[in-house]
Design a protein around this ligand. Sequence first.
Ligand code: TYM
Length: 344
Amino acid sequence: KPLVFSGVQPTGNLHLGNYLGAIKRFVEMQAHHDCIYCVVDQHAITVWQNPADLKKQIREVTAAFLAAGIDPKAHVVFNQSQVPEHAELAWVFNCVARMGWLNRMTQFKEKAGKDRENASVGLFAYPTLMAADILVYRATMVPVGEDQKQHLELARDIAQKFNNDFRDSVAAAGFDPDEGFFPLPEPLTQGPAPRVMSLRDGTKKMSKSDPSDYSRINLTDDQDTIAQKVRKARTDSEPLPSEVAGLSGRADADNLVTIYAALAGTTREAVLAEFGGAQFSAFKPALADLAVAVLAPINRHMRELMDDPAHIDAVLADGSERAGAIAAKVMDDVKDIVGFLRSR
Ligand code: TYM
């Protein structure tokens, strides 16, 4: 039965892009699949995290999962560091992946910036840990935003090379060598908003690390803040077009229409059928109202959950135990396949 796996980093400032591109879709996938959702704290420390803040950030992402509607009893919600098999498999993958493959990762280039000599080794190896996250459950369906596509391609390359390199050993361990031990995971990016852009610049991705807080709507923003950020969002001076084709070359307008459509659960076509010809002075208040209507209940629920950290910790403990049970079995097979001696 195909498994769903995805992860979110607890690096602060969870925003509308994370919600529309990922978390909202995690919620939807629960109806038809077995899902594992992970707070990837080991990925977070590839760049410096203040230890006192990190625990709170881990609980906050967990609270966002639960507040958005993920059911931690029917599915699995946990934090990565409590299941050591992720890091264990990542080490094996570090020995399967090639330097050249990782050198091509655009996220590393962006995050490391000009001072590459000073980037952590973990930041460079980030994608092998991500491949391990998915493959330690042999999951195949990975709902993510568009920015993660390249990492998913790398995970497929790693799975394929592992299957080839260890072909005979995979067969000796009792698996069909033509199928391979690891399945090839698929990125699921077909949501209404796989790439939400900055409110200050429609050509840049909405991001946790943008220095301007006005560039994003955070899941922790209150109603006034959301309304103010929408009001200040950059636009051009033309009214909205009546057809989607009219949005080309208008990145800021396109972004706001896309956000509206995703929040309303409809299409850009439908939004423009309603607002075509309208000025932004009319569209923005409607967008702000819609954003508040969708996010306020999540925000309220997140706050309630954050008032009870013991409950969150119990959810993560339970999820970690159930995730660990699956991961340990896969990791035992990996050890046999690689040729590690298991005498206990
Ligand atoms: P992270 O924590 O940066 O983002 C979490 C999810 O949000 C999506 N996302 C967006 N979607 C649309 N528009 C945006 N502006 C936007 N910004 C972020 C991301 O694509 C992601 O789906 N490497 C991952 C975390 C990870 C992971 C995994 C994901 C670790 N291991 C295994 C899937 C499977 C990341 O940095 O996500």
